[in-house]
Design a protein around this ligand. Sequence first.
Ligand code: TRP
Length: 367
Amino acid sequence: MASEKIILTGDRPTGRLHLGHYVGSLRRRVELQNEGDYKKMFVFIADAQALTDNIDNPEKVRQNVIEVALDYLSAGLDPEKVTLFIQSQIPELCELSFYFMDLVSVSRLQRNPTVKTEIKMRGFAGESIPVGFFTYPISQAADITAFKATTVPVGEDQQPMIEQATEIVRRFNNIYGPTLVEPQIMLPNNAVCCRLPGTDGKAKMSKSLGNCIYLSDSAKELKKKVNSMFTDPEHIHIEQPGHLEGNTVFTYLDAFSTDEDFSLFLPEYACLDELKAHYTRGGLGDGTCKKLLYNILNARLEPIRQRRAEWEKDIPAVYDILRRGTEDARAVAAQTLDEVRRAMKINYFDDADLIAEQAKRFKAGAK
Ligand code: TRP
């Protein structure tokens, strides 16, 4: 039997995608796409969500829609297999969000840990937080449920969003009858991939910290960034024992290296464990490890760069892909919204029975 899985995920277009996105989700999406174990797969650009906290910067969002689309295509997402679309072009998502707002309390939103941290990060004082930003978990629930997604591959920071979506689905189905589908989160398959640190060793790659390696970085930029990466500040001389804990070069090697990489780039060691043993014993310099990491990352990024260069030559074709994907996605969302309106009893014009029944009742002189 064909798989019934409907996979859906997306990104905010606030910058080019980086290695954190790649190990955290993009790489997995391409694998899922190629395994083909799904009925439908959607990957979308969450521009409306990006606007919730970039209200005064529409141009940034607009420019990054194409950057993210290029990153998707160059990372290997295939528009023949995956529906790529732009969130804001699907008005059904706004409609569904509006209905969902009846099902969620202010206190429930305030308890959403991701929203809590983001409110703190952005320094919104008291109640000055924009309503649209505060309620974006509701709109995210609409993104997921409008397509009846069963499987949502995202990073662990998105767990509260999926939980909130699940609650909304349960509440909706309880009140209006079974209509929507409960989504399941699909987390990255190992801990390193959940949160790749920045090149400076800080907890997360983030554009504002300037510690990202972008998928679109050139080999030269990559080399510079790898060479300046945070390692072990106590490892000053080669002969000293080095520490792996918090050593970003090794964290990246954990996330990216395979045994084949060793035979290709550093055959003196069979695998990462051997390299780690030498490093902690002493006698292995950071330079050697960085050179290995550069070679591995460059091997991963080179095909992505080449595909990007091709797509960059035909931007109108990229917009055509997005337009077609958006049309396709909109048809699916429209179907769900028909079912939602019917369940909510607001499908007046499509309900011949309703009209006939009321006509009869009024004719009979009932109230
Ligand atoms: N909030 C997600 C992020 O910041 C983006 C997103 C919006 C999303 N809607 C979604 C992800 C629906 C998965 C499903 O990365």
